[in-house]
Ligand binder design. Structure first.
Ligand code: SAM
Length: 378
């Protein structure tokens, strides 16, 4: 190959776009989107960068990170905590993120029950004795549905300027494609997994035999979850130390669900009231004239227009109070979706929203449009 061409190619490939680490994370994200695991553990998670990306995958309910080095995890672990917006608008799904300090050479029951285990640029940092125990811990003990392992491909190193022996001083080894694939196939055979090889960081045109800059093995467990894992007894003694735990607000938690329902009911009742009062003003009739309200096309949405023609769903006014039937509020898709049943709606708003004495309508003041009536006893 022409030397200038080769140098040009090298300059291009050493500056991967997006950067190689992002391509590795994206690879994992694509796997998550394909297999939709609920529980994901990242071994050798370092500062939690991959976990930070995965927390936005809506299928994931449990995320765990493991690293031998507590200080590297502690650097940015606060960024794995919920944000104010998570409390303002809690999602449906629950999410717990936990970071553990410990070694992949040791078994701990907190690593059981995961659907996907990721080991991104980890194995080349393991001492020989740790690497020997690693397959038994990951495939034998943890035994998730899917394991993804990435590691540098040493055949690519001559294309990376400045790499003399290994890409990083902490690497204990770097394998060529045959070495990685031989190790991976043996682990897969031993623990009843299948494995497929791929990678990220394409070699330059004409040099395809070099392989990807990062080689990746994706392992799928062949036996069903209910069967006993191959070669593994499950010790119960905890050896990892939990260094961080964040439980995200979720509508699965009754406390957040109640808050969301009360807010939505209040908001919906205000909208209904506002449009009801505007309509009265348009017709020039007083709010006391309780039965004069007639729905029209532009009154509410078409959707609500259809609903309010049913008699007992019409708002009405008595004195300085607008009564908004709870059945009308329940008919709004968001309220309906949040509560599921009318009974649940009644239960969630009991004591939190001012209701008529028979509990059939939400009471709002006619006088202060924006103010919610909190006390009618005076
Ligand atoms: N996976 C991360 C990523 O791709 O951004 C970071 C990989 S970093 C190159 C390797 C990590 O493995 C380091 O944070 C190191 O502390 C951790 N590590 C090394 N030996 C380990 C062991 N025996 N058990 C768990 N983690 C280990």
């Amino acid at each position: 190959m022409d030397k200038n061409f080769q140098e040009e190619e090298m300059a291009q490939i050493t500056k991967f776009t997006p950067p190689l680490y992002k391509q590795r994370y994206q690879f994992v994200k694509d796997l998550v989107e394909k297999y939709k695991p609920k529980k994901v553990a990242d071994l050798g998670c370092a500062d939690g960068s991959l976990l930070r990306m995965l927390k936005f995958c809506s299928c994931i309910e449990v995320l765990a990170g493991l690293d031998i080095c507590a200080s590297v995890m502690e650097e940015k672990m606060y960024t794995l905590s919920p944000l104010p917006i998570d409390y303002l608008q809690p999602p449906e799904r629950s999410l717990t993120i936990t970071l553990h300090q410990g070694s992949v050479a040791h078994k701990d029951p907190c690593m059981l029950g995961f659907d996907l285990v990721t080991c991104i640029e980890l194995i080349e940092h393991l001492e020989e004795s740790e690497l020997k125990k690693f397959p038994e811990v990951v495939f034998g003990f943890m035994a998730p549905d899917i394991v993804v392992i990435s590691t540098p491909n040493s055949e690519f190193n001559p294309l990376l300027p400045g790499v003399i022996l290994y890409r990083h001083p902490d690497h204990k080894f770097e394998w060529n494609q045959a070495q990685f694939q031989g190790w991976a196939l043996e682990a897969a055979r031993c623990y009843d997994y299948s494995v497929e090889f791929t990678g990220v960081g394409h070699p330059p045109t004409g040099m395809e035999s070099v392989g990807f800059c990062t080689q990746i093995g994706v392992f799928l467990r062949k036996y069903p979850q209910t069967s006993k894992p191959v070669h593994s007894e499950k010790p119960t003694e905890a050896v990892y130390k939990t260094v961080f735990k964040a439980v995200y607000p979720s509508l699965k938690d009754e406390k957040y669900l109640q808050n969301a329902v009360v807010n939505e009911v209040t908001f919906t009742a205000q909208i209904i009231k506002h449009r009801f009062m505007s309509k009265h003003e348009e017709y020039g009739d007083g709010p006391e004239r309780k039965s004069k309200f007639q729905p029209s096309v532009n009154y509410f949405s078409d959707f609500l227009g259809k609903l309010v023609v049913e008699k007992n769903m019409e708002p009405f006014v008595s004195g300085n109070v607008v009564y908004v039937p709870l059945t009308t509020i329940f008919s709004f898709p968001k309220v309906n979706r949040l509560c599921g049943t009318f009974e649940k709606l009644c239960k969630l708003i009991a004591g939190k929203v001012t209701m008529s004495s028979d509990g059939s309508a939400v009471m709002l003041s006619t006088e202060y449009e924006e103010n919610y009536i909190t006390d009618f006893s005076h």
